[in-house]
Design a protein around this ligand. Structure first.
Ligand code: GAP
Length: 432
């Protein structure tokens, strides 16, 4: 298992993740995804969207706004209940979450103030004149955008219950103690799905969605031994949930939450009905009965999942007395699938390399790299987890063949240029 420092350093060196506003000293606990990181995170999000929306026939997608009517947060209980207990050191005035520390200040061991509830929502103003403008909030979860659109989606998609609505988007929480790289930040992306069902079926669907989520993490390539479920205790369950189970990952510092599956009951729809005066109940044609649907919610963080995937893929191996660092991503989510590497910048090699690149670029995520020695380029591709490197050398000019190198085994095979797309496809599917 890599240390967190190793991951942070590799992430920076290879363009996965950078400190935000770094040239100004860095904004604390805010991170930016670089050229390789953005591809990795995007592929993880696409994989989730495909599994949730495209590969199922009972889920629709939406993309709602970050800003919402403040009444939403009153109805959802976030204005009142979305807070953590905050304590302040009486000497150094650092602030901590009471439930994460012992009885004295972790920095200077002095006495702590009595706890007060600190609301985690970011506030801002809407309108051109700040004093007159309404206070609004940056959403702390994407879920509310789904609840307030329940009727819109139901009527336009002509769905029948049970069905779900999925969304990927940014959320914001003014966390008291963010940290552990991109694990807990104040701005992050969530992938959430609200599954609307009959109240009587909710326990069954709750179990099914835990299973679905666990399988999803395995499918993207996370090792089973690094995953486990954990049932929430009564005092940690969110204010809207009847039951909640986390899927945890074995991060470099220990087990931590990747995803929560909640049974939110009819809590949200009922409260929005009361506050808005709109009817959000559902009429079941088959039983001629009306009810407020219950909601099962698998809610995961795209950033946390990216960190888990990154950590899980990290391997160090001894090769000829040297240490090789290699990220063994599942090719389905690796940032780059194929690197095209001409052995030198020779004009004839460049021409055939461009031809190969153009031949395969619409079938795979490719990168063209003709800098540095071939050894250094292989090392770089290993460190960004590229499953296949294609090398064009001087023999190519004679035999119209190229070399394909497998990231995991480092074995190389010769392949005719005309067959390269098909052979890479098969190789990606069967050799990783
Ligand atoms: N709608 C339910 C909900 O938001 P949550 O357990 O508070 O539930 C869901 O959040 C997921 O969002 C978490 O499991 C985690 O992956 C991610 N998440 C929550 N807070 C985060 C933070 N401060 N930084 C990064 N990811 C976070």
């Amino acid at each position: 298992m890599p240390t967190l420092e190793t991951l942070v350093s590799l992430a920076k060196r290879r363009g996965f993740i950078f400190q935000n506003s770094e040239i100004y000293g860095g904004l604390g606990s805010v991170w930016d995804f670089g050229p390789i990181g953005v591809e990795l995170k995007r592929r993880i999000k696409d994989f989730w969207w495909t599994s949730m929306v495209h590969n199922r026939n009972d889920i629709e997608g939406i993309d709602s706004s970050i800003l919402m009517d403040p009444a939403v947060w009153e109805a959802s209980g976030h204005l009142k209940g979305f807070s953590d207990p905050l304590v302040e050191c009486t000497e150094c005035h650092k602030r901590f979450r009471e439930d994460q520390i012992e009885s004295t200040c972790p920095e200077c061991d002095s006495e702590l103030s009595s706890p007060r509830q600190f609301n985690l929502m970011f506030k801002t103003f809407m309108g051109p004149v700040e004093e007159e403008a309404a206070t609004i909030y940056l959403r702390p979860e994407t879920a509310q955008g789904i609840f307030v659109n329940f009727n819109n989606v139901l009527t336009t998609s002509r769905r029948k219950i049970p069905f779900g609505i999925a969304q990927i988007g940014k959320s914001f929480r003014n966390e008291i103690t963010p940290g552990n790289f991109i694990f807990r930040t104040r701005e992050f992306e969530q992938m959430e799905m609200e599954y609307f069902c009959h109240p009587e079926d909710s326990d069954k669907f709750f179990k099914e969605w835990i299973e679905f989520s666990m399988n999803w993490f395995k499918e993207i390539g996370i090792q089973e031994k690094n995953l486990k479920t954990r049932i929430h205790t009564d005092d940690e369950r969110p204010h809207y949930a009847k039951s909640a189970t986390d899927i945890e990952y074995n991060f470099p510092w220990g087990w931590g939450e990747l995803e929560t599956i909640n049974n939110r009951t009819d809590y949200d729809l009922k409260n929005h009905m009361e506050k808005s005066g709109r009817d959000l109940s559902y009429f079941d044609e088959s039983t001629k009965s009306r009810f407020i649907p219950y909601v099962i919610e698998p809610a995961m963080g795209a950033d946390r999942t990216t960190l888990a995937v990154f950590s899980d893929a990290y391997h160090e191996e001894k090769v000829n007395d040297e240490t090789r660092t290699v990220l063994k991503f599942n090719p389905k989510i690796s940032p780059i699938e194929v690197a095209v590497l001409p052995l030198s910048r020779n004009e004839k090699l460049a021409s055939i390399s461009n031809k190969v690149f153009n031949l395969i670029k619409s079938s795979f995520r490719c990168q063209f790299d003709d800098t540095q020695s071939i050894g250094k380029r292989y090392r770089r591709q290993d460190e960004i987890g590229t499953p296949i490197c294609v090398t064009i050398d001087f023999d190519t000019l004679d035999d119209n063949s190229i070399t394909i190198r497998n990231r995991n085994t480092m074995k190389q095979i010769r392949v005719e240029v005309d067959k390269v797309t098909q052979i890479i496809k098969e190789h990606l599917e069967t050799q990783f």
